[in-house]
Design a protein around this ligand. Structure first.
Ligand code: ATP
Length: 255
């Protein structure tokens, strides 16, 4: 589904990513872990087209997507969430989901402005789909409330829900468990697995919470100072010497 081929990215004197390669199988849950500053977010930015690599390429389902603008990559079925929740707090929960659907609608700016019947029909369809999606993610009862009243756990789920509105084949999640308590993290892990099992979505997950990573990942890539130092199943990663060294002083991380 996704191939990362020899990606190198520098910021001035800092090498954020150095010749990183790995691939992600269809319907796989792949975690990318590593200490702070290892290059994880930079990698997600490059995959989603928000930054360009200095070298290397990214292939999505066999097609080279490096160099394409982020919105074109999104149209090819790639969606992402961000480290910091980016919801519209003054809009309702339903409206936040509907925003995510707009790339799939056909109405142009002018016909929207004139509120032509086709637009009204289309909007009704979007509303209906939005409600169905909220039902799927368990937030239908919150549809008409402003997003600002949600708990952080609900915000994370809504943000993922909004990414789902574009019907992605592959979803990149940047630290989805950040700020969540243990119960919310568990709920999130069930939800992510459900996306893969029920919707067949391939998941790439950047995460610091090792309980979540070890619990749901099929395979893990470990970055350290921009280099891939290990790749394998959760069991293999737990026992990997280089990984233990990279996290030295943070042993609990991988236990
Ligand atoms: P964290 O876990 O703290 O989010 P990370 O693994 O996501 O870290 P990145 O944010 O990708 O790491 O950063 C990798 C390196 O590149 C860091 O040294 C960072 O300071 C640097 N870096 C990232 N983005 C930029 C930028 N736009 N300009 C300059 N340096 C950057």
């Amino acid at each position: 589904m996704l191939q990362i081929v020899n990606i190198t990215k520098r910021f001035g004197g800092i090498t954020a990513l150095s010749d990183v390669s790995f691939h992600v199988e269809k319907e796989e849950i792949k975690a990318v872990i590593g200490p702070n500053g290892a290059g994880k977010t930079t990698l997600l930015n490059i995959i989603s087209g928000m930054e360009q690599p200095d070298r290397g390429e990214v292939m999505l389902a066999g097609e080279r997507i490096t160099g394409l603008p982020a919105h074109d990559i999104a149209k090819k079925g790639l969606a992402r969430t961000f480290q910091h929740v980016e919801l519209f707090g003054n809009m309702t929960v339903l409206e936040n989901i509907m925003v995510g659907m707009h790339r799939r609608t056909s109405s142009g700016f002018l016909s929207c402005g004139l509120r032509l019947p086709t637009v009204r029909e289309e909007e009704k369809g979007i509303r209906q789909k939005g409600i169905e999606l909220l039902e799927y993610i368990g937030l239908k009862h919150r549809a008409d409330e402003p997003a600002s009243v949600l708990s952080i756990g609900e915000e994370r789920i809504l943000e993922i829900g909004r990414a789902l509105a574009t019907e992605p084949r592959i979803l990149l999640l940047d630290e989805p468990a950040s700020g969540l308590n243990e119960a919310e993290t568990f709920q999130l892990s069930v939800f992510i697995k459900q996306l893969r099992d029920e919707k067949g979505i391939t998941i790439v997950l950047v995460e610091h919470d090792m309980s979540l990573v070890m619990n749901i990942s099929d395979s893990i890539v470990v970055l350290d100072f921009g280099e891939k130092i290990a790749e394998g199943t959760p069991e293999e990663i737990r026992q990997d010497k280089k990984v233990i060294e990279a996290y030295l002083g943070e042993e609990e991380y991988v236990s």
